[in-house]
Design a protein around this ligand. Structure first.
Ligand SMILES: [Mg+2]
Length: 163
């Protein structure tokens, strides 16, 4: 438990369902993926840290504010906590994809920031779970174990196999 093992999770499509053609801006629009709450609860017993790494370009586009995103994340964490799940930190990138030197995945800036904040993170014992190629590319660039999920092979399915 205190071994630096870390579960890095993408958010949209892993923890919550994606919305077709738009961003999840408010908790009212946020619905957990099947089994995700229970999976995160179980995984919280196994991983020292659970850290979300998420691209949130909607902010850069002016479609939502950082205050709205923070509130949404507080509500999400509250729901997870009720069932025994924990999220140790959330790193998000608000930059537009078109911006030069952005922090977005497949770039590794958010992971590097997490490792600075949590120096005990042990890459060898850690995973990146995501539903996009950019998640997997970023995880691989960080030498993390990577797992690609989708609507069928979900975080919950992976957790059942892993645990
Ligand atoms: Mg995603």
């Amino acid at each position: 438990m205190f071994d630096g093992s870390t579960l890095f999770l993408d958010r949209d499509g892993v923890i919550n369902k994606k919305l077709e053609g738009r961003y999840v801006r408010f908790f009212e629009e946020f619905s957990f993926m099947p089994g995700a709450i229970t999976a995160i609860s179980k995984l919280s017993q196994v991983f020292q840290y659970i850290i979300i790494i998420t691209n949130q370009q909607g902010i850069g586009k002016g479609l939502m504010t950082e205050i709205e995103l923070d509130l949404l994340h507080k509500q999400m964490i509250h729901e997870l906590k009720k069932k025994g799940g924990k999220i140790d930190a959330i790193y998000y990138c608000a930059d537009l994809a078109s911006k030069k030197c952005n922090c977005r995945k497949p770039g590794t800036k958010m992971f590097e920031n997490a490792i600075k904040d949590f120096p005990k993170i042990d890459i060898v014992k850690s995973f990146m779970i995501g539903d996009s190629d950019s998640d997997i590319q970023a995880g691989n660039a960080m030498q993390l174990n990577t797992v690609k999920v989708n609507n069928i092979y979900t975080l919950a399915k992976w957790a059942d196999e892993f645990l």
